[in-house]
Design a protein. Structure first.
Length: 368
């Protein structure tokens, strides 16, 4: 990546962009930035985001990451002013807010007062409320989140589309951690042609987007009948890791716990080598789709129509009860709200056998 202090040509335009979190939303910024940088070689960018997310953007030319830590270096209003002061000396053409949070709006105020032009993307909260309200839902498909990002760039004359998929660049070689992990489990790259490698990411940030560990156990019991299948379990944090390790121990030759074993860069590398990823509506779903891996996703309280569907995936890869079967769906844009029925029926009624069949059918279509 070019350093932030590097001198550009006279025609070069420098954009300041912010998208702090959540991980899935930051991942969805990647294909948009890549498309802009490919289409407009005179553009360079500085992206304000968390340091841990820099790994997503390491292959993009003319892009610098300015890491932000709001719990330490840039805490509170004084911290935001400190962040502004650290950036104001650069000759930015525009400040593009792809977050629309209180912090990003405060930063906009600072930059506007200094004369910088600022634009922000629209979350369309009103439409999301209409789709998810308890009674008289207005059902329609909203623009994808990436399309809302694209609209911001269009306002400054940078017109792109994602009709051509913009994936992470392929990691050609595995790093030492991934290599050690594969050797530990007697796995080889490139994998044998008769084997299928699939990932399962059973967790999400909010409870009502999680199918359930007991369902995953049932699924693995069915999948274990296919001796040529290798399953990698993805998650994060102590609790998730312990649960996934317990599941893997029940299938020692077929199921392997990735959680707690690899860093994010290694996980991306491994995901790119999978035949398929099964995920909830979660950051792992978006990570796999932008990595170029086929994704089957399970949906409960939320719905792909709200704008967070995995990119480049066919609708028949979405496993969900229809709104006719479950009229209360979707009940939440992000999965935060408690289940109106109190029983999570939209997830409970998705059987392990139906998910196993979808996985096998998808693998068979890919490798007839």
């Amino acid at each position: 990546m070019k350093s932030e202090s590097a001198q550009g040509s006279k025609k070069e335009k420098h954009l300041l962009i912010c998208r702090f979190s959540a991980m899935g939303d930051v991942i969805l910024v990647y294909p948009v930035l890549k498309a802009v940088l490919l289409a407009y070689p005179e553009i360079r960018m500085t992206l304000l985001t968390r340091a841990s997310y820099a790994v997503f953007f390491q292959d993009l030319p003319r892009l610098n990451i300015h890491a932000v830590d709001f719990n330490k270096d840039y805490k509170g209003l004084p911290g935001l002013f400190k962040l502004y002061r650290s950036l104001r000396g650069h000759r930015f053409e525009y400040f593009l807010d792809l977050h629309q949070s209180l912090r990003s709006r405060i930063l906009q105020v600072f930059f506007r007062l200094s004369g910088l032009k600022c634009l922000t993307y629209q979350k369309n909260r009103a439409a999301k409320k209409e789709i998810t309200r308890e009674k008289q839902k207005i059902r329609r498909q909203l623009p994808h989140t990436t399309q809302r990002y694209i609209e911001v760039f269009g306002k400054i004359g940078l017109h792109i589309s994602l009709d051509t998929p913009q994936f992470f660049e392929q990691r050609q070689t595995e790093g030492p951690r991934l290599k050690d992990f594969l050797e530990k489990h007697h796995l080889k790259l490139p994998k044998p042609t008769q084997e299928a490698w699939i990932g399962i990411a059973p967790f999400a940030q909010h409870e009502n987007k999680i199918w359930g560990i007991h369902k995953v156990k049932e699924l693995l019991q069915e999948l274990s009948e296919d001796t040529q299948l290798r399953v990698f379990l993805f998650g994060g944090g102590k609790s998730e890791t312990e649960q996934l390790q317990g599941i893997a121990q029940a299938h020692p030759t077929q199921v392997f716990c990735v959680a707690g074993q690899l860093q994010l860069e290694d996980e991306i590398n491994l995901i790119q080598k999978l035949n398929l990823m099964l995920a909830m509506d979660s950051s792992n779903m978006h990570l796999a789709s932008v990595a170029g891996t086929p994704v089957i996703s399970i949906w409960g309280a939320t719905h792909p129509d709200i704008g967070f569907a995995p990119l480049y995936q066919p609708s028949n890869h979405f496993i969900q009860l229809t709104t006719e079967q479950m009229p209360c769906r979707p009940c939440s844009a992000y999965g935060k709200k408690p289940c109106l029925r109190k029983d999570k029926a939209c997830m409970v009624q998705i059987s392990a056998s139906s998910v196993a069949q979808k996985i096998q059918d998808t693998l068979n279509l890919a490798n007839p």
